[in-house]
Design a protein around this ligand. Structure first.
Ligand code: PEP
Length: 253
């Protein structure tokens, strides 16, 4: 994949099936007449995927899961495999979100397995990295994101790495209303891109899409997306209403 502008929504554990399908329908009609300067992805709970895929068929919206298992199939009660996700019509999967790392014990090694298996099943990972508040306060953000990349995705071949999207999400900015300034975002996005260049070369780095996530909304999107190394956003709270999400998408206009 070459570098793209992307706005991706992460609904997290919100919306009943009926509410989710209604939101997808609202978003589809809100975007229908618009010229978009970015790709639009919605990341829904597993239970919504097939119904939302049917709702957005033929539209400009692509579909993502928010997780997928590190196992192919079998006796893993409650898990959902990448092949199952793919069979719903989804093309992306969010992996490494800080909530999954913090609450569900997803380690670098588990995430490495999840990324590999997602790619094997033709799902494109949106791979999240980012530091905690105390790590930022201690000036350790660069070493944290470097370790996260080295721990879970720098094992990939250049060809496979080219299929993933990175999302830098400072944990202190997620759902808190605190946004990284556009200069803070640019600084660390440029650093992340330099790490990709050192590992895979300048061309792969230039082609890598790096999203910002953390209280991004219709008010701050334009300034963030205007930065050279910020290629769009991963959006939580502001993806839960069509109007708010469209406002973020319009940050590219
Ligand atoms: C997220 O969870 O990926 C996120 C960025 O959430 P929010 O936009 O609500 O901060």
């Amino acid at each position: 994949m070459s570098r793209k502008n992307i706005v991706a929504g992460n609904w997290k554990m919100n919306k009943t099936l009926q509410e989710g399908v209604a939101l997808a329908k609202d978003l589809k009609s809100a975007l229908a007449g618009k010229t978009l300067n970015c790709e639009v992805i919605i990341g829904t709970p597993f239970i919504h995927l097939a119904s939302v895929a049917a709702e957005i068929a033929g539209s400009k919206i692509a579909l993502s899961a928010q997780n997928s298992a590190n196992k192919e199939s079998g006796a893993y009660t409650g898990e959902v495999s990448p092949a199952q996700v793919k069979s719903t019509g989804a093309d992306f999967v969010i992996l490494g979100h800080s909530e999954r790392r913090a609450y569900y014990g997803e380690t670098f090694d588990i995430l490495k397995e999840k990324v590999l298996l997602a790619l094997k099943n033709d799902l494109k990972p949106i791979f999240c990295i980012g530091e905690l508040k105390e790590e930022r306060e201690a000036g350790k953000q660069n070493e944290v994101v470097k370790a996260q990349l080295e721990g879970s995705v720098f094992n990939l071949s250049a060809e496979d790495f080219g299929k993933i999207v990175l999302a830098y999400e400072p944990v202190w900015a997620i759902g808190t209303g605190l946004t990284a300034t556009s200069d803070q975002a640019q600084e660390i996005h440029a650093y992340i891109r330099s790490l990709v260049a050192a590992k895979y070369g300048a061309q792969v780095a230039d082609d890598t899409t790096i999203l910002y996530g953390g209280s991004c909304n219709a008010k701050n999107a334009k300034e963030l997306f205007g930065k050279a190394d910020v290629d769009g956003g991963l959006i939580g709270g502001a993806s839960l209403k069509a109007e708010d999400f469209v406002g973020v998408i319009e940050g590219f206009n």
